[in-house]
Design a protein around this ligand. Structure first.
Ligand code: HXC
Length: 258
């Protein structure tokens, strides 16, 4: 399917989704967010796709929600229209792993979109920020919530109150990103991580995603019980037998998602 604001390529079990509004630093318009949500839903349904990578350009992953689009809207418009809610809820329903490959600016909604992904690999040029306060608003899709869980209260307050940008090195040190690589290597690194994930049993990768995300939603005791029970349940799969037998037979496992 052809989109206006994103480019989607599916190759070797990986769906690569490139945000493509270069004239606006990939600012998240309603069209872009809804096309991305639609493409992710399609990728979820497509049996060939086993992992998803979302990226932007060298200059910008995304510089936030589209300020031009938002500037004239009233409270009634955004509240009654529930701006950004359907798209973000659709994105959160995707069960396959999603990697954000971030280069350049990931600001406001751009930083929040990256945090909605399962993990972030960034280039050494990446700059993260929640500068909404400079526009007289606050983060709206996770910048006060996911960021706080990722980097702690002090840095989340700092970023949201001052609107300052965080460089890649600090982002890695703070736990916002999982890896920092030289800009030229970003896509190679992200695609190779996606390929590694695509080799696993998809039942298991989806269980991992669900279990890690559960840790945000529940107490430790409940989370541990959930983890133990899904661990137990995986013994009902062929892939558990295959994975363990392959190890014992000193060969690579051939998972069938069964
Ligand atoms: C609309 C944007 C934009 C945005 C950049 N552009 N960010 N358009 N919405 N968020 C446009 C500029 O208007 C300009 O268009 C072109 O992209 C290039 O940007 P410049 O500012 O000229 O580039 P530069 O000087 O290199 O500065 C880059 C920048 C700056 C630091 C990223 O553009 C910037 O501060 N952008 C806004 C960042 C921000 O406040 N984000 C939060 C948005 S609110 P023209 O036509 O002039 O060439 C938000 C709310 C989230 O995200 C809540 C729910 C999603």
């Amino acid at each position: 399917m052809a989109y206006e604001t994103i480019i989607v390529e599916i190759e070797d079990h990986i769906a690569l989704m490139k945000l493509n509004r270069p004239e606006a630093m990939n600012a998240l318009s309603e069209t872009l967010l809804s096309e991305l949500a639609q493409a992710l839903t399609e990728a979820q349904k497509n049996d060939k796709v086993r992992c998803i990578v979302i990226t932007g350009s060298d200059k910008a992953f995304a510089a936030g929600a589209d300020i031009k689009m938002m500037s004239e809207k009233s409270f009634a418009d955004v509240f009654a229209g529930d701006l950004f809610t359907p798209e973000t809820e659709q994105i959160m329903r995707v069960r396959k792993p999603i990697i954000a490959a971030v280069s350049g600016y990931a600001l406001g909604g751009g930083c929040e979109l990256a945090m909605m992904c399962d993990f972030i690999i960034c280039s050494d040029t990446a700059k993260f920020g929640q500068p909404e306060i400079n526009l007289g608003v606050v983060a709206g899709i996770g910048g006060t919530q996911r960021l706080t869980r990722l980097v702690g209260k002090s840095k989340a307050m700092d970023m949201n109150l001052t609107g300052r940008f965080m460089e890649a090195e600090e982002a890695e040190r703070s736990g916002l990103v999982s890896r920092v690589v030289p800009a030229k290597k970003l896509m190679e690194e992200a695609m190779s991580a996606a390929e590694k994930i695509a080799e696993k049993s998809m039942i298991t990768t989806m269980v991992v995603k669900e279990a890690v995300n559960r840790s945000y939603e529940t107490t430790l005791r409940e989370g541990l019980l959930f983890e133990r029970r899904v661990f137990h349940s995986l013994f009902a799969t062929d892939d558990q037998k295959e994975g363990m037998n392959a190890f014992l037979e000193k060969r690579s496992a051939q998972f069938r998602d069964r």
